[in-house]
Design a protein around this ligand. Structure first.
Ligand code: CUO
Length: 679
């Protein structure tokens, strides 16, 4: 197994290197590994065939999964590599073609295959930060690293470390710079890359409630972004709704596309979206008129309550009384994102969300007259750095919310649970109650895995990031029944005040509730104290692996064991270090919301023999299984609340505490603006 793991790591090493291929096709096929019991009969892996689409994406240029032609190229390459019957065969097949293929496309396809093949899932994918450091670290820092690598090493030096951050890519002259630490956080961008790899488009992958999770995961990212915007005195993000007005905020990523200094396109302040007429992707030209048409068709569908399929038949949009995977939000997500294979009518509803990414990424050079590359909005590992990403996704979320507001409010029956009372909740951190602390921390990555610095010792980059002290929720719950009861505990957090310093009504605060955790618990009869560590959160990723030192990692020795299957998949979670918003130095008020619901109504009958991945399930679902919560995602805040509760009007979230199964707690988050020390 360790040998196979090293074979995988080799595939991810130095993607930009022009050396090789190490073996020609003719040389490669006769290689037989002694312990290969599953190698094909007949003398080796299948020949690559023309791979015409895959080879059409040039090396050293952008590979964008938002571009349909690139998705088809990825599909072709993945179909070819999926024929491998084991890791070593995959390695032979991949090495044979890698130097002719776009680097990001190659890594995307190899990662896809390793994630999809049950026999390969135990292999750990290296962090994309180490595979493509140039997508995370600006070129000036890479130049410093190169310079340091060229200097003769001082005695005993066994590693070169260069720091990057916390200044990030712009200056305080621009208000948006205040959240650069968030947008340019390595973990957030890594999460986004990984999520889109696990939920790919046009790859023939139809995972349970995929369209709904597209809506929910991105809505939650916006809620979290807004919490941090409020922390630094910025207003909540505004949707990019008028595409005929210039985009006020530019973005200059300062990142490079490869190691020859090719830079990503950048966007000046006040850039207007123009007709997309670049010919490098064989995309038909399109402009905002096309986007507006698809927008208006989707709006009609939302308000008429149905989509129209390719045969002209109505497909009803409702979240009530249908199986979770047939809910309107699932169908709408598939039509809006959009996956041509899953959308009920992609010729009619178009490719709205993806087209937006592309037209924005090309706004600085829409006809390629300047031969500038696309901007970072075109790539899932870099898009979240750009302030316009959030404005675009706020627009997308607005469409989803338009739909959600057509759904009936949850009833008392849906909201409450008999015989359970949540008496209270508190959070406890080192030495404090209901006060949480954030600050800075650093994480080292070995950049010399991805970029060749010609150095005999590892070249590391030390990235600054926000972090917090770990904490614990203590929830007091009464089970008034006589027998044990299974429940789901749902924990959310939202800011108490809006940007004007004013308390929010339930409708205004509705979209700011960020899920913190969701888990099953068995209540014994009587009083229960449910304690839950912040590190166990159902949204976060426990396995933020780097290439690392393999000798320090528990190398799986039984690839079939369920827990090994989960490594790569669970890599899809939100970064644990970004679980909390920054808060303010003087302390910022937040509210915790805890709701306990009946597991009988929440549970999902999973196919037999399926495996689970408790961590990160909220954002990533469960490997090879159904999404583990029957409720609509975002419950109970995804819909308009009922106007009255227990005979009184329902104005604020606190009014929900009239339900016995809900409790709230005010907490403070204090930002130290200093390095967090180990406690
Ligand atoms: Cu994740 Cu637009 O979907 O970036």
């Amino acid at each position: 197994m360790a040998g196979d793991q090293n074979v995988v790591l080799d595939l991810f090493e130095h993607p930009y290197s022009k050396k090789g291929p190490p073996r020609t096709a003719a040389e490669a096929r006769p290689i037989v590994f002694e312990d290969d019991v599953t190698t094909r009969v007949g003398g080796g892996p299948p020949a690559p065939g023309p791979l015409t689409l895959a080879r059409s994406v040039p090396r050293g240029s952008v590979f964008s999964s938002f571009v349909r032609e690139h998705r088809l190229a990825a599909r072709e390459l993945c179909d070819y590599l999926m024929q491998a019957t084991n890791v070593r065969e995959l390695s032979l097949m991949a090495e044979e073609v890698r130097r002719e293929l776009n680097e990001k496309l190659f890594i995307y396809a190899v990662s896809f295959v390793i994630l999809r093949k049950p026999e390969m899932r135990a292999m750990r994918l290296p962090s994309i930060v180490e595979v493509f450091p140039s997508c995370f670290v600006p070129r000036t820092t890479l130049a410093t690293m190169e310079q340091q690598a060229r200097q003769p090493s001082t005695t005993g030096q066994d590693v070169i470390i260069t720091e990057y951050g916390p200044e990030f890519s712009s200056t305080h002259l621009k208000p948006e710079h205040r959240v650069a630490y968030w947008r340019e956080d390595y973990g957030i961008n890594l999460h986004h890359w990984h999520w889109h790899l696990v939920y790919p488009l046009d790859m023939g992958v139809d995972r349970d409630r995929k369209g709904e999770l597209f809506y929910y995961m991105h809505q939650q990212m916006l809620a979290r972004y807004d919490m941090d915007r409020l922390s630094v005195g910025l207003n909540r993000v505004e949707k990019l709704a008028n595409w005929r007005m210039p985009i006020p905020d530019g973005y200059f990523s300062k990142l490079t596309l490869d190691n020859s200094g090719q830079v990503w396109g950048s966007r000046q302040d006040g850039t207007l979206l123009q007709e997309y007429r670049r010919n490098e992707f064989m995309l038909e030209p399109f402009d905002v008129t096309d986007l507006e048409q698809h927008h208006s068709r989707l709006m009609d569908a939302i308000h008429q309550g149905h989509l129209i399929d390719r045969e002209g038949k109505r497909v009803r949009l409702t979240d009530e009384g249908v199986a979770p995977n047939r809910r309107g939000i699932v169908l709408l997500g598939d039509a809006l994102e959009a996956d041509a294979g899953l959308s009920v009518n992609s010729p009619f509803y178009g490719d709205l969300h993806n087209s937006g990414h592309v037209i924005i990424a090309a706004a600085h050079d829409p006809d390629n007259a300047h031969r500038e590359n696309l901007g970072v909005m075109s790539d899932t590992s870099t898009a979240m750095r750009d302030p316009v990403f959030y404005r675009w996704h706020k627009y997308i979320d607005d469409l989803f919310q338009e739909y959600k507001l057509t759904q009936p409010p949850y009833t008392m029956e849906q909201l409450s649970v008999q015989t359970v009372t949540v008496a209270g909740v508190e959070v406890e951190s080192v030495g404090s109650k209901n006060t949480l602390t954030t600050g800075w921390n650093t994480r080292d990555f070995e950049a010399s895995r991805g970029l060749d610095f010609n150095s005999s010792i590892p070249v590391m980059v030390r990235l600054t990031h926000l972090d917090h002290r770990p904490f614990r929720y203590n929830i007091k719950v009464e089970n008034n029944g006589k027998v044990a009861k299974d429940v789901t505990v749902r924990i959310f957090m939202a800011p108490k005040l809006n940007e004007r310093g004013v308390r929010m009504n339930i409708m205004e605060q509705r979209l700011l509730w960020a899920e913190m955790d969701r888990f099953k618990h068995t209540l014994k009869p009587g009083t229960n104290t449910v304690s839950r560590e912040s590190t166990a959160s159902s949204i976060t990723n426990p396995n933020d692996f780097t290439f690392g030192d393999l000798s320090n990692l528990p190398v799986p020795d039984n690839p079939g064991a369920p827990e090994n299957d989960l490594f790569n998949f669970c890599g899809c979670g939100w970064p644990q270090h970004m679980l909390l918003p920054r808060g303010k130095q003087e302390g910022m008020d937040f509210q915790l919301f805890v709701m306990v619901t009946d597991w009988k109504l929440d549970k999902v009958a999973q196919p037999a023999g399926r495996r689970s991945c408790a961590n990160a399930a909220s954002f990533c679902g469960v490997l090879d299984a159904l999404y583990p919560d029957a409720r609509p995602m975002g419950f109970p805040f995804d819909r308009r609340p009922m106007p009255m509760l227990n005979g009184q009007s329902l104005d604020r979230a606190e009014d929900l505490t009239r339900l016995s199964n809900v409790a709230m707690q005010e907490i403070q988050i204090v930002f130290t603006n200093a390095q967090l020390k180990e406690q």
